[in-house]
Design a binder for this molecule. Structure first.
Ligand SMILES: Cc1ncc(COP(=O)(O)O)c(C=O)c1O
Length: 388
């Protein structure tokens, strides 16, 4: 097996921060209680830990503690938001608006809803990956019950203007769900300032454990109704039944509070490394183009196309780097990335793209190694093509 020592795939997942792991460990054995046990200290101790995490998650997004529902991750949060709102508001209307650059965690539930009598409008974005507000305004109708927009895109890192989108939706009385799996913990998110009604979060994207996430559900002005998708012991006010995974919840909480404290400085450091990577690769190699808006993007994201090079082959030539490509065999999609196609990239360039995802533990030395490795591999592949 090839060694991929330099991890530049932080959009796929991030390692658990050691501080997060340390906080979680006692809740696996010493403090193993079930927060639903109301009659003894084991349960009380677990409930205290859950309450603390609720506060930490709520603080990160400007919510109240009673607006947070724990889930298994962003996929489940999104399913609860979309299917739950569709079922609760179907009497009001059956029209939902989203975009063509959503993650499959949104696209697939939307397709299921479409198969069950809902009408889905999927809005195009421009060549930078930005959704035009006018297009959204024109798509909203009397029977529109929900708009679902990805905040920061997982492939091209492009950040949508959620504040403006929120104002538009609120003005029309339409609920707004935001898939914030890639943005929470990396860039500021404020559910009140951005007028968000539902927001999906995933811990493993910001140095917390896998298997835990949260859904923010607005409780006032307006009070959002959701039909639960998981039924059982009435946990979490009946919105999502199931015994709370306390160690994971503690991890989500601590990851949130670290992000809250360190986001600004970390974002600056990561963006500098990312900009250095882009400058070096576009400066030293011909035919390298950046995909997605040049500045309205996540600090840790670079998505580059290398003209005349096959992304999947480039990926396998980069034996020391863990990155991902927009081509078929590198992802779970059946063809070139739907996001790269949506921003108008021809198939050849979409297939010639690499996604670099920098994170908290990426060092300047690793970026220099990555630059050299990509530079050499691209040159080698281009030379091979030229050879008779
Ligand atoms: C934008 C976006 N939405 C949703 C998800 C799904 O998140 P999770 O892995 O927590 O289910 C991901 C993860 O890849 C993502 O990047």
């Amino acid at each position: 097996m090839t060694k991929r020592r330099i991890y530049l795939d932080n959009h796929a997942t991030t390692p658990v921060d050691p501080r997060v792991l340390e906080a979680m460990l006692p809740y696996f054995n010493e403090r193993f209680g079930n927060p639903a046990s109301k009659s003894h200290p084991f349960g009380w101790e677990a409930q205290n830990a859950v309450d603390q995490a609720l506060g930490q998650v709520a603080a990160l997004i400007g919510a109240s503690e009673n607006e947070i529902v724990f889930t298994s991750g962003a996929t489940e949060s999104i399913n609860l938001a979309l299917k739950g709102a569709a079922a609760a508001y179907r009497g009001k209307g059956r029209h939902i608006v989203t975009t063509t650059i959503e993650h499959r965690a949104v696209l697939d539930p939307c397709q299921l809803l479409a198969d069950n009598g809902f009408e889905i409008t999927r809005l195009d974005v421009d060549r930078d990956g930005i959704l035009a507000l006018d297009d959204l305004a024109a798509a909203l109708r009397e029977d529109t019950i929900l708009v679902s927009i990805i905040h920061a895109n997982n492939e091209i890192g492009v950040i949508q203007d959620i504040e403006a989108i929120g104002a538009l939706c609120r003005g029309k009385g339409v609920l707004l769900h935001v898939d914030a799996a890639q943005s929470v913990g990396k860039i500021p998110v404020d559910v009140d300032g951005m007028q968000i009604d539902l927001l999906s979060i995933s811990a493993h994207k910001y140095y917390g454990p896998k298997g835990i996430g949260a859904l923010y559900v607005r409780r006032r002005s307006p009070r959002v109704q959701l039909q639960p998708q998981m039924h059982g012991g009435g946990h979490q006010k009946g919105l999502r039944a199931g015994t709370l995974p306390v160690p994971l919840i503690v991890g989500l909480g601590v990851a949130s509070s670290i992000a809250w404290n360190e986001m600004a400085e970390e974002g600056r450091r990561i963006a500098q490394l990312r900009d250095h990577l882009i400058e070096e690769l576009t400066g030293r190699l011909d035919g390298v183009t950046q995909n997605g808006h040049p500045s309205q993007r996540l600090p840790g994201n670079a998505n580059l196309s290398f003209t005349g090079v096959d992304g999947a082959r480039l990926l396998s030539a980069l034996s020391n780097l863990a990155v991902s490509s927009g081509s078929a065999c590198a992802s779970e999609e059946a063809g070139p990335s739907h996001v790269l196609r949506a921003i108008g990239l021809p198939g050849s360039l979409a297939a010639a793209s690499l996604r670099f995802g920098l994170g908290r533990f990426t060092t300047a030395q690793e970026i220099d190694c990555a630059i050299n490795e990509v530079y050499q591999a691209v040159n080698r592949m281009r030379d091979q093509r030229k050879a008779p």
